[in-house]
Write a protein that binds this ligand. Sequence first.
Ligand SMILES: [Zn+2]
Length: 375
Amino acid sequence: MQHDLVLRGGRVIDPSQGVDAVMDVGFQNGRVAGIGAELSGAEVKDVRGLIVTPGLIDLHTHVYWGGTSLGVDPLRLARGGCTTLVDAGSAGPGNYPGFLEHVIRPSAPVRVLAYLNVSFAGIYGFARRIMVGESGDLRLMAPAEAVEVANANRDTIVGVKVRVGLHASQYSGVIPLDIARQTAEELGLPMMVHLDHPPPTLEDVLARLRPGDVLTHCFRPFPNNPSTAEGGVREAVIEARKRGILFDIGHGMGSFAFKTARTMAANGFAPDCISSDVHALCIDGPAFDLLTTMSKFLCLGMKLDDVIKATTAAPAKAMRRSDLGSLRPGGVGEASILELSHGKFDYVDVVGERLTGDWRLEPRGIVLNGRLWNG
Ligand SMILES: [Zn+2]
């Protein structure tokens, strides 16, 4: 069989199929056609010494560029190695049509999906000198409008986003979360929930999440961190994982600390999903992008296969998109090509702690629609 494209001789890591071996990946008619040895293709890309994974999914980004002040260009993130960018509530029902028309559709074949903010205009007041949380004024909560817009855009909206915490919801506590949950229940979709400083507390939030809902910023620094002062994991966090709540990193500019991550790792508690929460105020550090966030976890001792799973199969499952995050033959023709370097690399977290680590992942290209992407 002659493929349109063959990635030749890379280390293929696809946790969805339990694959970690040197082999070829062939694409035909925009889909994965096969993985194996000595595949032939019209175009053959030599990727020996590199890693080939299912198209990486960044589950928490902000890519409503130009329409919201925190947005970054999704194509820049695709150049950083991701094939799917999931926007975490930049847009609400009041401005989702603009996001769809001006960003999501023009970005194709780079895939942009979204958690729709339950607040009417999404994250509208997020900048260096202007910081107004969209969940602070309860008049902005728009459950009926969110249901309408999400129902009209089932192909791009994967869930409901809500941000609670002193910065995002001021004194509203858990009320925006209760409204978001009602909205998500009406739609039959999962929620992604942001948490910053109390109120509400981590315990208050976790008690309201359902199996399959995502807590983002899950390894944040004190306060509302998942670890205890004694070096353990909070009881509510252990209980939430047992119930099927998903824990997503969402690094961002204020939501990931090495100290928390080390304590969680020491207790055997790995994140379900690793995401960057990259936006205008953290793309030049400390978050940078998904591969930098993944590299931090490698340096903290997480296994490469587990880091890949947390950025492919796991976020696909969180979005209930079983068509994504896998190199199964017949599936979407998407892959990420990565280089893993060993050396001494400097990293920093959101509280300014520095880490010199041994590993660094860098992008070497992506495949979209079964073709190398030149965007
Ligand atoms: Zn965010």
